[in-house]
Every structure is written in structure tokens, then in C-alpha cells.
Design a protein around this ligand. Structure first.
Ligand code: SF4
Length: 454
């Protein structure tokens, strides 16, 4: 296994000021989350309820999905099932073709990103416009989103200004956020008016009512769905919750965890099509059943895509979303993606310090760092690590199980650090590649401890 993550991170961190800015910006979002959650005495109770509701739902998925389908159909929604990304894309395309539609608007949906729907439809000659501001920016730049909530967080306002100048003919060099947002607003408004079909994601699908909820801060999902004559909503099957009353738990934890807001600006409830409208729901598996069958990783399907684990992760903040080379980056991406393709994504569970901060902030209590560690074991068992790494790990294992050897290696290591620091800083020592060499301590912690006990 050659780590693609490490190679791609190297490109990102070559620009140090940008890396620092990325790190600080996401930490600012993490702090906003902390303020919003610490102000709520029942926060831990909400997390516990959310976790239990999701656990219960995953254990009774069959029943809740069947109930949801029945109720949604009775409401006049056309329900489709897709086994994988290809089937999902074909279903969406067949609806577009049947209605003879050329222009489509799409609000943020990580599922459609996962299925590469835009590329698929564009290959068929269709225009698909992403209407979330961040997604539109990365779409203009032909880049994937780098964060599931803040898709263009890797870009600074100067980058956005240059992109808009190229695509929307805004004034060169004008990077006033108000000016740029207004330009995007006018541009997107015309796209909403022209489009005959709107695609949205789904945040929560309610088995009891057959309705679903879409959360956005920009109101773009609503603009699309309310003006188009056909609305297609796409969801992974884990978006299901049993009852409408459970929304009160999830809507309170989602926005607080994502951006530190008390609630998302628009939490729109869809139950049935308007009299002049067609409404479709595509429910997608795409590897989720396989993950459900993996006892150690099943509960990763509780994820509500708030991205709190991204914002707190020291590796994500300093390596950027594109270094994860998958649609969903960050800690949750590193436990979901090996399920989709273990060989291609074998590097991701290793892109972590295992500090556990992701699990601490997760509003549905996914044991993310435990799963990262378990994936590492699976990946080694399946033979997807390089022979160098395997040999090095065997050596380390031997050393750590032999205290005398460990102490001896410590003495040699400290001596080398003092006398031949440049040898350790060589390009062959990957550990020191991006790090400052620490000063060698005078003695080991063990010796220090024994001395202080005397
Ligand atoms: S794993 Fe938890 S913290 Fe991370 S995106 Fe999902 S719900 Fe949010």
C-alpha cells in the first residue's frame, strides 16, 4: 500500500499559509459547535437518544423501509430502489428522459456525489447546475467538494473571485463577499427559473408518515423543488427514522454539530407532490447492506453527515479534504470507504492519530476511532499493506514486547538524536519528513520516574 493520502497531503501542505488558514478556519467551526452544545444542559441526553434511535432503526431496517415505502406511495410519491450507483444514475436518467427534460438544478446531496451523478448526466448531454453556493463554486472549478458541509472550504475569497470572474464575468480582483454572493444569487436565480427538474438529497425520511426532510442554509433545495415540475429526492437507506417526533432530536443535534447554529435555516418537510408535480424518491444501497453485515462497522451507518468529526480532526484540518481521494473525506469517510473498496481505500484508516476527538464530538456516538483501528487490522489481514510496513510493524511488535530491548533502543535513539541528528532527518525517515526534530531528552521517562520516586 502506497499511501495516496500522504502523497496528496504533501501537495496541500506545501502551501503553509493556506494550510494554517484551513486549520484555523475549521477549528473556529469546531469552537462554534462547542459553544452551541455546551449551552444545552440536555446535550448528552440528546446524543444518547439519537444514538439509540439510530441503533434501533438499523436493527429493524427492513420493517421501517417497508413502512416508509407504503406511506410514501400512498402520498403519491413514486418510490424506486437502487442496488448500486449505476442503478441510481440510470433511474434518475430514465425519469429525466421520460419527461423530456434538458435543464436540471441540484441541491447538496452527498449520495449523488458518491454515485457521480453529475458526470453521468453530463455525459448524456444534460445540464446539471449545483445550487448550493459552495458546490457551484467547486463545480465551476471542476473540483470535487472537499468537505461535506462546507464544500469549498479549501478556497479563499480571492480564489472565488477569480472563479466568478472567469465564469460569471464579475469584476477582476473584486473579492467583496457581498458582491460575489449577489453575483451567484443572480446567476442561480436564472437557473432555477429555467430548470424543469430539481434533484435534492434527503436528511431524514420518516417511516411513520412517508415524508422526508431536507435541511439547507441557503433555501436552494426549496427553490428548486418548488419551481420545477419534477422533483427527484435521492437517499441512502440509512436516512430512515421511525417517527416524526424523532426529528426533534435530530434537528437539534444536526445544526449545532455542523455549524454551531441552533437549527438549520431551512428544514423543509416534503410529504407529497403538488397537483401539477411529479415527486420521485430513489432509495440507494450502494454497499450499505454490506456495511450493515459487518458487526464492527455497522454503526457507521448512524452518521447524519454533520461533519463535526472533520472539523475536529487534526489530520483532516491539516491535510485538506481532497487528500482523502473519496467523496466523503475525514474520519467518517475513512471508516465508510474501505467498505466500498478496501484495496483502493486501504490508506484511509491510517490517516488518523487515533486521538478519539472524532468519537467525542459525534452527535450519534459512533465509535469512529475504534473503527479506524479495527479497519487497520482488517486491511493488514487482507494483505493491503506494503511489505516494508509489515516488516517494520513486526520489528516494532518484537521490540515493544521486550522491555530490555526497548530500553536499549531508547538509549541508542537518544544518542543518535544528540550526535547525528542529520542522519535521522534524512529523506528516508518518513516520520520526520514534515516535522521538527525534537530535542533528545537527557533520560527516558522510565528513568525520570524512578528517580522521582526516590
Ligand atoms: S460520524 Fe458523527 S461527527 Fe462525523 S459526520 Fe457522521 S454524525 Fe457527524
Amino acid at each position: 500500500m502506497n499511501s495516496k493520502h500522504a502523497a496528496l497531503s504533501e501537495k496541500f501542505i506545501a502551501d503553509e499559509p493556506r494550510t494554517n488558514w484551513h486549520d484555523e478556519t475549521l477549528w473556529f467551526v469546531r469552537e462554534k459547535r462547542d459553544k452551541a452544545t455546551h449551552g444545552l444542559p440536555e446535550w448528552e441526553q440528546l446524543r444518547e437518544w439519537a444514538s439509540q434511535i439510530k441503533n434501533h432503526t438499523l436493527s429493524n431496517l427492513n420493517a421501517y423501509l417497508t413502512e416508509f415505502e407504503e406511506k410514501a406511495k400512498a402520498n403519491g410519491i413514486k418510490v424506486h430502489w437502487a442496488a448500486d450507483a449505476q442503478e441510481h444514475n440510470e433511474i434518475v436518467h430514465s425519469i429525466i428522459k421520460k419527461n423530456n427534460i434538458q435543464k436540471i438544478v441540484k441541491s447538496k446531496s452527498m449520495l449523488t456525489e458518491e454515485c457521480h451523478l453529475n458526470d453521468y448526466l453530463q455525459e448524456k448531454g444534460l445540464e446539471v447546475v449545483d445550487t448550493d453556493l459552495g458546490e457551484r463554486i467547486v463545480q465551476f472549478r471542476k473540483e470535487p467538494p472537499s468537505h461535506i458541509v462546507l464544500p469549498a472550504i479549501h478556497l479563499k475569497k480571492q480564489d472565488v473571485s477569480d472563479t466568478f470572474h472567469e465564469h460569471l464575468n464579475t469584476e477582476k480582483g473584486n473579492n467583496d463577499p457581498q458582491y460575489l454572493t449577489e453575483a451567484a444569487r443572480q446567476h442561480l436565480r436564472s437557473k432555477f427559473i429555467e430548470a424543469d427538474l430539481a434533484i435534492t438529497g434527503v436528511n431524514f425520511a420518516i417511516a411513520e408518515t412517508g415524508g422526508f426532510v431536507v435541511c439547507t442554509n441557503e433555501g436552494n433545495a426549496d427553490m428548486g423543488a418548488h419551481t420545477a415540475k419534477v422533483h427527484i429526492a435521492c437517499m441512502g437507506f440509512e436516512k430512515i427514522i421511525p417517527k416524526a417526533e424523532h426529528l426533534s432530536v435530530f434537528l437539534r443535534i444536526l445544526a449545532r454539530s455542523a455549524t454551531g447554529q441552533a437549527i438549520t435555516t431551512y428544514s423543509s418537510h416534503f410529504h407529497k407532490p403538488r397537483p401539477d408535480q411529479e415527486m420521485h424518491l430513489v432509495i440507494v444501497d450502494n454497499g450499505r447492506s454490506r456495511q450493515l453485515g459487518r458487526a464492527d462497522f455497522k454503526n457507521s451507518l448512524k452518521c447524519i453527515r454533520c461533519a463535526a468529526c472533520f472539523n475536529t480532526c487534526p489530520v483532516y484540518r491539516r491535510s485538506g479534504g481532497h487528500s482523502y481521494h473519496t467523496t466523503t473525506a475525514g474520519p467518517i469517510g475513512s471508516i465508510l470507504n474501505p467498505n466500498l473498496d478496501m484495496k483502493t481505500n486501504a490508506d484511509l484508516p491510517f490517516a488518523s492519530t487515533l486521538c478519539g476527538s472524532c468519537s467525542n464530538v459525534c452527535p450519534v456516538k459512533i465509535d469512529i476511532h475504534e473503527q479506524l483501528w479495527k479497519w487497520r487490522q482488517e486491511i493488514v489481514k487482507e494483505g493491503y499493506v506494503s511489505s516494508d510496513k509489515k516488516t517494520a510493524m513486526k520489528g516494532m511488535s518484537y521490540m515493544f514486547s521486550n522491555p530490555a530491548l526497548y530500553r536499549f533502543v531508547g538509549i541508542i535513539g537518544r544518542w543518535m538524536m544528540r550526535n547525528f541528528p542529520n542522519l535521522l532527518k534524512s529523506k528516508h525517515n518518513l516520520w520526520f519528513k514534515q516535522r521538527e526534530m525534537p530535542e533528545a531528552p537527557k533520560k527516558s521517562f522510565r528513568d525520570w520516574y524512578i528517580d522521582h520516586q526516590k
